[in-house]
Design a protein around this ligand. Structure first.
Ligand code: FES
Ligand code: FES
Length: 164
């Protein structure tokens, strides 16, 4: 087995220093080492997007990234989207209000991908087509996507530009 290597990351504003196996995937580091189980594993082959989180402000599928590639990075997971006062992020509120989920397995990844979409989209109007294109890397086997799209459009109305 390869030797452990040092890793320092800031996750949801908290600094973590560890020694990890070079082959450890970011998703397993988040879930198993840090206990942040809101980041889900749906496929482990970069297809479903359930494992999406943000690394240095950009959404990544954390099953495709080695933890050691994130050394020094700022990482945000779904657990970091809620405000310090417990207030939902506009996307979390949007999914709640529009009932943008059924089993909820895809929801954390959808929200993280949507947050990246909103941050990158800028101030122009966000269309249904923009949302569908922006979330095409995230699969949902329950909802048929209709209410997910509504949730993201509602969040864009309510709080576009709110940082993740
Ligand atoms: S678990 Fe990463 S894309 Fe499916
Ligand atoms: S709500 Fe079940 S997979 Fe999306």
């Amino acid at each position: 087995m390869a030797q452990n290597v040092p890793l320092q990351v800031t996750v949801n504003g908290e600094s973590h220093s560890s020694e990890v196996q070079p082959r450890l995937l970011l998703v397993h580091y988040l879930r198993d080492d840090l206990g942040l189980t809101g980041t889900h594993v749906g496929c482990d082959t970069s297809n479903c997007g359930a494992c999406t989180c943000h690394v240095d402000g950009e959404s990544v599928k954390s099953c495709t990234v080695l933890a050691v590639q994130c050394d020094g990075a700022q990482i945000t997971t779904i657990e970091g989207m809620t405000g310090a006062d417990g207030a939902y992020h506009p996307l979390q509120q949007g999914f709640w209000d529009a009932h943008g989920l059924q089993c909820g397995y895809c929801t954390p990844g959808m929200i993280m991908a949507a947050a990246d979409l909103l941050a990158r989209h800028g101030d122009g109007p966000l269309t249904e087509a923009d949302v569908r294109k922006g979330l095409e890397g995230n699969l949902c086997r329950c909802t048929g996507y209709e209410n997910i799209v509504k949730a993201v459009l509602a969040a864009a109305e309510a709080g576009r530009g709110v940082p993740a």
